[in-house]
Design a protein around this ligand. Structure first.
Ligand code: 1GP
Length: 261
């Protein structure tokens, strides 16, 4: 087991995602919004994350008004080995101190700016950042409340019960070359994504599937993983109750590995 974990650590972040998926291992990512944390909070989240065996820190937010993205990431990196993955709400949220970048294209929307426009403008900057770039098909699913991401993106989310639309969108994203699919009900969603939708999507794609938005309980994280999620992302609930890190991490990691051929 130690050897297996050791070799996972030597891979790129994307290789880790795919390797873990192949082994049927589920991952837990804690989302940190730099606008909402001070150095003491980061310190505490890192401590709890290490103790709980958190797999990744995702860093980003829809707005990120503050200018301390770099400091936030540097603080995480100097105090732990947990990989830091940028989850940017805008092209300005790029920090070379992170390990990798979710290079998001909002494939559930029809706003060309978020499909390709902003990518064109920021391409040289992103390319020269030296970050590992992970092309990610980003799908916003209606979570029962207008979220910052749907307002900012001016894009209609996929209705919560339209499992086929979600499935076809994810399949198209994969065939267009997206290396990850991220389905998000939006930060603080009232209704997280259903297991039925997750299952429908997971059965029809081969790339790792990230699920987030409105997950507040370990049980929900567990069921999402059983339905086919490979990575569970939780932000809001942990901001309110950091003790959930351990509970959700245990739930995610308790899902029995089913090795894929
Ligand atoms: C939001 O998927 C993330 O983009 C996490 O959502 O903050 O509701 O956990 P929460």
């Amino acid at each position: 087991m130690q050897d297996q974990n050791q070799s996972l650590m030597e891979h790129t972040i994307y290789q880790q995602f795919t390797e873990r998926k192949k082994l049927g291992k589920k991952s837990f990512a804690v989302l940190i919004d730099p606008d909402k944390v001070d150095p003491d909070t980061i310190h505490e989240l890192v401590r709890l994350g290490r103790e709980a065996g958190v797999d990744y820190f995702f860093v980003g937010g829809s707005l990120v008004i503050s200018s301390h993205l770099d400091e936030c990431i540097r603080q995480i990196k100097t105090t732990c080995d947990i990989p830091v993955v940028l989850f940017p709400g805008s092209p300005s949220q790029v920090s070379r101190y992170a390990d990798a970048l979710l290079y998001l294209s909002l494939i559930s929307g029809r706003n060309p700016e978020l499909l390709i426009g902003q990518h064109v403008i920021s391409a040289p900057f992103v390319k020269h950042s030296g970050l590992e770039i992970m092309p990610t098909g980003y799908m916003v699913i209606d979570g029962g409340a207008p979220t910052t991401v749907s307002y900012i993106s001016n894009a209609t989310p996929i209705p919560a019960d339209k499992n086929e639309i979600a499935m076809c969108t994810a399949m198209a994203g994969e065939m267009l070359g997206m290396k990850l699919i991220y389905m998000d009900a939006g930060s603080g969603a009232r209704r997280p994504i259903t297991e039925q939708m997750i299952e429908k999507v997971a059965r029809n794609i081969d790339v790792p599937l990230i699920i987030g938005g409105g997950i507040t309980e370990p049980e929900k994280a567990y069921l999402n993983c059983k339905a086919g999620a490979d990575v569970i992302v939780v932000g809001n609930a942990i901001e309110k109750n950091p003790g959930l890190i351990k509970e959700i991490s245990d739930a995610v990691h308790s899902v029995a590995s089913v090795k894929m051929d």
